[in-house]
Design a protein around this ligand. Structure first.
Ligand code: ADP
Ligand code: ZN
Ligand code: ZN
Length: 661
């Protein structure tokens, strides 16, 4: 009888592969890396199970060539987590191993030497001696009743209500019990401030995110696994970390859609975290000023414990929100007089203004006034955005770049109109208007260098700038005490977007960015420019607040039978031939419709229906329960390969989609 290892190969393959364990190779356990021959290449794989082969085999198995780890680096608990993720999101297990481990691990490298004083935080500030508010104390009292078992808390606290102190207090209690805390934030820019915040006395804090060098990532991974740290602060991929003494998970800004991975294994780190906490029987805190519809629904089903914090520290009031109607002004006016004079007032008082818009570049549409030519991406059929700084046209969907020197490519005219505005254009207008002031633009184009963003954020806090112009990079979580005016531009597109999550994301963004105003001692103001001041969603949000607005949204979704009251999976097919993708999905629809109790919508072209030369079509599968959704999709996957044309179709499955095209 032979010993067989079932091995996960780091590739998008649904199967595990059987290899014979040679008798003289030593002891092999699940979680160890091995080298094996795969096809004609020698590659690294991870052992998932070990079984015995009963009786003679009909085919000859290849043998494992070498054991890389004498002691497994991945424990059973982590393997089980990866298997769960693979099952829930219908993602190949090898792919989950791929995104769940550091690159040097996957390359078969030996562990780095476990170094002294590796976790050092620059500029570590001693935390102020803070007297907790009543709301903070009440929140802590509720959470600390469940330090030894699973309970999911929604810490629903308005911006500036002091949620971080609550996290810290609970983390400290977990630390005193000898356990580790995992904190996940939506963006790596939020990590440095938190590292400083949590670094006190002997508490060992470590970061984990995609900007670490491969070596640093492997080192940190190893330190975390060996309980050499007490707090891990990371982005979504930290949910895969093996943390031996995990005692608490905190998901900050739980509503944020960056927790969802939109390629490969489409996991949602927040949802995996809840599963993980439940499995491990430990508490989890979801924090937000604008909780997501899914989470509010879970609260209303009594699955989560709702803790509200409705006052800002020092009882500062939330900023006043003023709507400015742009529909009755000349088209050429991009920034209203009211906004200009409000900024002037702030400059006079040495206060800062933040101008927020969700579009980088100069202008989203350019056109020739002589022949009406509009540059489009040849691969995606979408308008290209003009980036004036570099004289480039860029497709914001596939990244295609083209030189552009203000000359029409169709008729050579130089009479080009720039329609709509991005951060670069707003920067240009503001610089003309406020030539004496210090102005900074912050978006993914302006902050490409490592460490640059942190430096800029520190300069903002040191008051080196009067006006900040930026995208959602500025709207999340940051604390800029001297910002007293927030101006929001360009929301009109999102008001009418066909995407299911668009309106919810807009509401969250408006509240979040407003929350950047008036966080110091001075009262804040928010100005919203829109051509649709009568819009119902907008009015409800402004007049009644986020909580009431969310109740209305949920009522509507319940009546329409839509998520979060229903569970969605989207099967997307991509093909160079539209009809093939359509027929492919029609076949899947038939397979799925055999099961009762599920509905399907489509196939239909996705919002972004042509992308990088492929047509994208979606089939939405809707079920009343997650289990049912999982069952019908799992049932159809093995038959997909039998569908005609399936070889030429690229298909993906997205469970609990967030930002699907
Ligand atoms: P939130 O995450 O809820 O928006 P933060 O946790 O960032 O709010 O807190 C806002 C600010 O208030 C921070 O500068 C924090 O240091 C400060 N703060 C928090 N709690 C207290 C307190 N009890 N007394 C004084 N300042 C506090
Ligand atoms: Zn032209
Ligand atoms: Zn493109």
């Amino acid at each position: 009888m032979k010993n067989i290892a079932k091995i996960a190969i780091i590739k998008p393959l649904h199967n595990l592969f059987d290899y014979e364990i040679p008798e003289d190779i030593g002891i092999l356990e699940p979680g160890s890396r091995v080298s094996v021959e795969f096809g004609k290449r020698i590659i690294i794989g991870v052992v998932v199970h070990i079984t015995k082969q009963d009786g003679p085999s009909s085919y000859k198995l290849k043998k494992i060539l070498e054991i890389i780890d004498k002691k497994p680096l991945i424990e059973k608990e982590t393997i089980d987590l990866f298997i769960w993720i693979s099952n829930y999101y219908h993602a190949p297990l090898g792919q989950v191993f791929g995104i769940g481990t550091p690159s040097l691990f996957r390359k078969g490298k030996k562990l780095p030497k476990v170094e002294k004083n590796i976790i050092e935080i620059n500029k570590a500030k001693l935390s102020k001696n803070i007297v907790l508010t009543k709301e903070q104390n009440d929140a802590i009292k509720i959470i600390e009743k469940s330090l030894d078992f699973y309970e999911c808390f929604l810490l629903d606290g308005i911006t500036g209500s002091g949620k971080t102190e609550v996290y810290k207090s609970i983390q400290n209690k977990i630390y005193e019990k000898g356990y580790q805390t995992l904190i996940i934030v939506p963006e790596k820019n939020l990590i440095p401030e938190l590292l400083r915040y949590f670094k006190i006395k002997n508490v060992r804090v470590i970061e984990y995110h995609s900007s670490l060098t491969p070596k640093k990532k492997f080192t940190n991974w190893n330190l975390i696994q060996n309980h050499k740290v007490d707090i891990i602060i990371g982005t979504r991929s930290s949910i895969f970390l093996q943390i031996p003494k995990l005692g608490l998970i905190i998901i900050d800004e739980e509503h944020d859609t960056s927790f969802k991975n939109n390629s490969e294994a489409r996991y949602n780190a927040r949802d995996v975290a809840v599963f993980r906490a439940k499995n491990k029987n430990i508490p989890i805190i979801l924090g937000s000023a604008t909780p997501s519809s899914e989470t509010i629904l879970n609260v209303s089903k009594n699955k989560y414990t709702h803790i509200k914090m409705r006052n800002r520290i020092n009882n500062q009031s939330l900023p006043a929100l003023n709507v400015i109607n742009m529909s009755n002004r000349k088209k050429s006016i991009i920034i209203s007089e009211e906004v200009i004079s409000a900024i002037k007032y702030r400059i006079k008082n040495k206060e800062q203004t933040l101008i927020f818009l969700n579009r980088r570049g100069y202008s989203p549409v350019i056109t020739c006034r002589d022949c009406s030519w509009v540059p489009k991406c040849s691969a995606c059929n979408l308008n290209m955005t003009f980036h004036k700084n570099k004289n480039l046209l860029m497709c914001h969907h596939c990244g295609l770049l083209k030189k552009f020197n203000n000359i029409c490519k169709a008729c050579n005219s130089n009479d080009i109109a720039f329609i709509g505005e991005g951060t670069e254009k707003i920067e240009e207008i503001i610089k003309e208007e406020f030539s004496e002031s210090n102005i900074i633009r912050i978006d993914s184009d302006s902050t490409k260098k490592k460490g640059q963003t942190e430096e800029i954020f520190n300069d903002i806090k040191d008051n080196k700038y009067d006006i900040l112009i930026g995208t959602q990079m500025l709207s999340k979580g940051h604390n800029f005490p001297n910002v007293t005016l927030v101006v929001v531009m360009n929301i009109d597109q999102s008001l009418f977007s066909p995407r299911l999550k668009a309106i919810e994301q807009l509401a969250q963004q408006l509240i979040q960015v407003s929350g950047r105003s008036g966080r110091g001692n001075k009262k804040g103001e928010v100005i919203l420019q829109t051509s649709f001041p009568e819009n119902e969603d907008l009015n409800c949000l402004i007049k009644e607040g986020y909580e009431k607005w969310m109740q209305n949204l949920l009522l509507l979704r319940n009546n329409l039978g839509l998520p979060p009251y229903r569970n969605w999976g989207i099967i997307q097919a991509r093909s160079s031939k539209y009809l093939n993708a359509e027929k492919f999905l029609e076949n899947i629809k038939i397979m799925i419709s055999k099961h009762g109790g599920v509905e399907t919508f489509g196939p239909m072209p996705s919002v972004m229906h042509k992308r990088v030369n492929l047509y994208n079509l979606n089939l939405i599968v809707q079920a009343k329960s997650k289990a049912q959704l999982n069952y019908v999709i799992k049932d159809c996957i093995p038959h997909i390969k039998d569908i005609p044309y399936s070889n030429n179709i690229r298909w993906t499955i997205d469970i609990d989609p967030v930002d699907y095209d």
